[in-house]
Structures are given as C-alpha cells and as structure tokens.
Design a protein. Structure first.
Length: 473
C-alpha cells in the first residue's frame, strides 16, 4: 500500500511539474503585484495548469463564479465547431417569381439570408453581380428582404449601454449586411478634412462641418462629433468638431440606419454601380410559394469565421453563431434561446457539466453571464484534446501579434507564445487561453471582477500572472 501511495505521488508530481503552488496560496511576487496595482484579492480568480496535468499549478479562487465578458466566446466556439463542423457555410440567395425578359425582371426580387456572420459589402456585391451576369438589368417590383431564418432577440438596439450607433450593439438577424455599419474615412488635406463613407447607402446623406486643426493627434475621437438626423426618406450624418491634421487618415465605424433601410440603401448603391435600374421600395417579407432561386453566395467556412469572432471579439458574429445553432439543431426560426439550449445539451452530453455556468447570449455582452476560472480551464482542456484543436487554437489572438492582444506583452518573451481570448466591459477584465513555453503548453485563465478591473491596473495585473508563469523554472 505504501509503495502504491509513493508511486501515485511521484506520478502526480511528474504530471504537475516542479514548484506546485497550493490551490489557495498566491505566490509572494503576485501578492506584491496585486498590492501595487490595488487589485482586491477577492476580485480576481486564477487557474493555471499544464494541458496534460491532473492538477493545476495555481488555482486561486478558481471556483468563484465570475462575469467572464468575452471569454464566454470560448464556450460558444467549442460547441459551434463540434456541432456545425469547421467547414460549415451560410448561404444568401436571390429569388424571384416573375419572368425575366430582355434584361427586365418583372416583379419583386427576394433576398433570403441564413445569418451569414460575415456578409460584408464585397459578398453582397458578388450576389448582385451574379444577377447582372444572368442578364438582369431592370427590376420592376420591390426589393423584399426575407429575415425568417432567424428571429432577432427582443429589445431596443443599444439597451446594454445606451450607445445605439455602436456596431457591437447591432441586433443579429438573418440578413445582416456589413454589420449594418458605415465606415467613415477621414482624409485631411491642406485646408479641410474629407469624410468618405463606405459603403455609401443611397438612403444616407453626409454633411461635413469638421474643422481641420493643428497640434498632436491625441484622442481625436473625442473631438469629432457625429449627429444623426432621422428623416422619412433617409438619414443625415452631420460631423462637427475639430480634426487634427497630425492624425493623418483615420476611420470610424458607426450604425446610421435601421436594418431594412440600410440593406435597401446599400442594394440601391451597388445595383446602380453595376448599371442596374431599380425604382421599387424596400420591405421585409417571406419567400412566396414557387419562388425560384436565381443566384446565391456562400460565406467563408466556420473555421475562418471563428477567427474574426475571437481575434477581434465580434459580438454580433458570436450571437449569430448561437442563433445558427438553434436553427440547425432545433429548427427555424433560430433564436437565442434555442441556441443556448443546444449549447447546454452538448456540454452536458460531452461531460462538461459546468454547474456554475450561466448563459444569456453566449458572447459575454451581459451583466449576468457567469462561469468560474476552473470551468473555463475545463473548456480549454477539452478543446485542446478535441478533434478540432488546430482550428480552435488558431482562432485566438496571439500576444503581441494580432487581434485584441496585438499590443499586449510587447517587449517580453510572451510575445508569440500566448494564444488567448480577452474580455473587457466596465468593471470586468479577463484573459484565457494557452501559453507555450518550450515544449510545454499551459492552460491560463485570469478573471477580474471589481470596479477598476478594466483599467490599466487590471491589465497589468493580468499580464503579470502570465509573465510569472512563463518565468517559472
């Protein structure tokens, strides 16, 4: 019996590696770091473990449920890859019932979306170009948008923080072109600054009252003010304030209109650019019986989509993943509730019984989503040992290289050796992923929940934990 105990202890020590820190004990260097950064010890959870070990190197308050912010996307990414598969694509199609004669479509044009998370202007242009290649030049009827594949969540846009014009507050829906956003490009010249919108919906007018100024660039966004005037036939974007010449070319993404009119305005702009004629109106409606498919475009595969979701923490794309899970597994229309049900069922069926997990939208844009650091570690461990590990890991930002970690850990050996998902909302800062050191790879999870967590102090504390692990012997 004693021999068995000694053998087990030796094996455990080999798996855990040297210098194991007791689960409830913080190393002195980390305590000093947290004291210096005024991090309350009851406001941080840490979970560090080698990917193939049985026990963590450090688990500090790892069983305390925390708000994970966008780290929750790690859960959504895992389920999406395994349920839908890395090659899954979304289809956007154009349909009609009326005849096409001499380049004229007699009747309505129907466009049906399936929730493509990356239906950018180029993809929409390709769809319309396909119609032009079929010989269609004039459309006599209306543009009818079929959004029935998904059911958008109830609630006003911007209810989370009151910022209706921010792209992260756009409601996910079946036909979401360009995230419903306009990129305003600022190009300073000798005497004035030009404002160029892209796309430039036919329903949008821009009034540029910006003054060109001198001095350092600084926080130029705080000096540039956008006011939207809503009119029956479209919106007017009015820019006022001061733009420093030293800033050079910059850009700003903003939501300028409701979904129906935005898609219609972009359609009209692109259709006319390709020589098309359209005099109808924009409206929503389902596909009529016997509508025939004219042309369709496919999205990028899910594995590519995940890189945009995780590397740049795109909330709208993440929410579309959740709703797509619902549509595929539970039937249309896909909803947030159906998607979350699919996620819970899959996690339970695969042994991931995360008893503290609270899901609201699956992307962390919530004040009530919860998970523990140890549970995030369990998700990361499952993903690392799963069949789609390469796709999962490659979707994460790389420290000092790209995504939300592009400017983190600069000047330290962690650069290039950490694939991690970040999360930040007011009072919350989180980081979780995989740290490579030589031939060893570690699961790292840091969840901070306290009033100043999303400040530089919180970021430095978070980075300090990762650097501490990397420097261990």
């Amino acid at each position: 019996m004693k021999s068995f105990v000694r053998t087990t202890a030796l094996l455990s020590g080999l798996l855990m590696g040297p210098g194991l820190v007791h689960a409830d004990t913080l190393p002195l260097s980390l305590r000093r770091l947290f004291a210096r950064e005024h991090v309350p010890l009851n406001g941080i959870s840490i979970y560090l473990q080698r990917v193939h070990a049985y026990h963590p190197i450090l688990a500090y308050r790892a069983d305390v449920p925390r708000d994970p912010a966008s780290v929750m996307k790690l859960v959504t990414a895992l389920v999406s890859l395994n349920v839908l598969g890395p090659a899954y694509t979304w289809v956007t199609g154009a349909y009609a019932r009326g005849p096409i004669r001499d380049g004229v479509l007699h009747g309505n044009l129907y466009i049906r979306g399936e929730g493509d998370p990356y239906l950018i202007t180029k993809s929409f242009w390709d769809l319309l170009h396909g119609l032009r290649r079929l010989g269609i030049r004039t459309i006599t009827g209306d543009l009818v948008l079929d959004q029935d594949y998904l059911q958008p969540p109830v609630g006003a846009r911007g209810a989370f923080d009151g910022l209706r014009d921010r792209t992260y507050n756009v409601r996910p829906q079946a036909l979401l072109v360009n995230f419903q956003a306009v990129e305003f490009r600022f190009l300073p010249g000798r005497r004035r600054v030009r404002v160029l919108p892209d796309p430039f919906p036919a329903t949008l007018t821009v009034r540029n009252e910006l003054r060109l100024g001198g001095g350092a660039c600084g926080d130029w966004r705080s000096d540039v003010h956008l006011r939207l005037e809503h009119r029956p036939d479209g919106n007017v974007a009015i820019f006022t304030g001061r733009y420093p010449r030293a800033c050079g070319p910059q850009h700003l993404y903003r939501v300028t209109d409701n979904d129906r009119r935005y898609v219609g305005g972009v359609f009209e702009e692109l259709w006319r650019e390709q020589g098309g004629i359209f005099h109808g109106r924009f409206r929503e409606g389902g596909l009529p019986p016997h509508a025939r498919l004219l042309y369709q475009v496919h999205s990028r595969p899910l594995a590519d989509i995940l890189r945009s979701v995780d590397k740049y923490s795109n909330n709208v794309m993440g929410r579309l993943l959740v709703m797509t899970l619902g549509a595929v597994e539970e039937g249309t229309p896909g909803t947030n509730a159906k998607g979350l049900q699919v996620m819970r069922r899959w996690l339970s069926a695969h042994g991931l019984r995360l008893r503290h997990l609270v899901l609201r939208n699956g992307v962390g844009l919530s004040r009530s989503e919860r998970i523990t650091a140890a549970e995030v570690g369990e998700v990361l461990r499952y993903a690392y040992n799963g069949r789609y590990m390469p796709e999962y890991v490659s979707s994460l930002p790389i420290a000092g290289i790209d995504g939300t970690l592009r400017y983190r850990f600069l000047g330290s050996p962690v650069v290039g050796n950490l694939h991690g998902k970040t999360g930040t909302i007011n009072g919350v800062d989180t980081l979780a992923g995989y740290l490579q050191r030589g031939r060893r790879r570690y699961i790292v999870v840091v969840l901070e929940n306290y009033p100043d967590a999303d400040t530089e102090r919180g970021f430095r504390a978070e980075d300090g934990v990762i650097k501490w692990l990397y420097a261990r012997k």
